[in-house]
Design a protein around this ligand. Structure first.
Ligand SMILES: *[C@@H]1O[C@H](CO)[C@@H](O)[C@H](O)[C@H]1NC(C)=O
Ligand SMILES: *[C@@H]1O[C@H](CO)[C@@H](O)[C@H](O)[C@H]1NC(C)=O
Length: 218
């Protein structure tokens, strides 16, 4: 019996429909793969350091134990436990941040290209907001013990609207979620994004663009 095109097409289409679609880092192929950050090999992620050199300290991270310095223009300190600071996370598809805010502090609009973010407020009160690809803004005041989720890739922010300091922890389904901060991406890139692109995009004159660029030291 001859095989008609459709009898081939439908099984193939079915395979695509049921094939798992991974929206996060790939699954590990071994128990662990502590990153060798010094390796010159270039792979997706980092090569494993030899098991014989792995020690207990590769599975622990104490970078969240100390209070961070929030004396900066944004009143913000982000301490990251990602594969770069905590190489034991390599291939495990997870990471966390400790995020501290001075009163009025802002984690300015940004997105994470490789991860969804799940956050918990531990102290203080944050205004958490996100904007969808349909340009709809969602936001809520979030207090201690309350969680928020930011779908992967969406622009979002957190602002401390409480009286004192605020503290939150955020988890990501990527060992290195990446952060694209809207303002510096456009106004402080190296080399700089041409002024005519920014004046046209924002519908302002060049003085405004230069003024914003000067705030970011470019
Ligand atoms: C990478 O190299 C630096 C300096 O040579 C060294 O201090 C560090 O321990 C090395 N890291 C790893 C994971 O081998
Ligand atoms: C915090 O950072 C500011 C600005 O860099 C600095 O002047 C200040 O000494 C730092 N405070 C502490 C406690 O390290």
């Amino acid at each position: 019996m001859a095989t008609s095109p459709s009898s081939v097409f439908y099984p193939v289409l079915f395979l695509f429909l049921v094939a798992p679609c991974y929206a996060a880092d790939p699954d590990p192929l071994q128990d662990f793969c502590v990153a060798d950050l010094n390796s010159s090999a270039s792979v997706n992620g980092f090569p494993c350091k030899p098991s014989s050199e792995v020690t207990s300290s590769d599975f622990f991270f104490d970078g969240f134990t100390k209070e961070g310095n929030v004396s900066n223009v944004f009143g913000l300190r982000v301490t990251s436990a990602n594969v770069l600071s905590f190489p034991g996370l390599n291939t495990l598809g997870m990471s966390m941040n400790r995020v501290e805010f001075a009163p009025g502090g802002l984690n300015s609009p940004h997105s994470h290209p490789r991860a969804t973010e799940l956050g918990v407020v531990v102290q203080g009160k944050l205004l958490v907001g996100l904007v969808t690809t349909s340009n709809v803004f969602y936001s809520k005041e979030v207090g201690p013990g309350e969680l928020f989720v930011i779908p992967r890739g969406l622009v979002h922010f957190q602002r401390n609207i409480g009286e004192g300091k605020a503290l939150s922890f955020t988890a990501f389904n990527s060992q290195l979620p990446g952060a694209v901060f809207t303002a510096p991406t456009l106004f402080a890139a190296t080399p700089t994004v041409p002024n005519e692109v920014l004046t046209q995009a924002f519908q302002v004159d060049e003085n405004v663009v230069n003024q914003i660029k000067s705030k970011f030291g470019t």
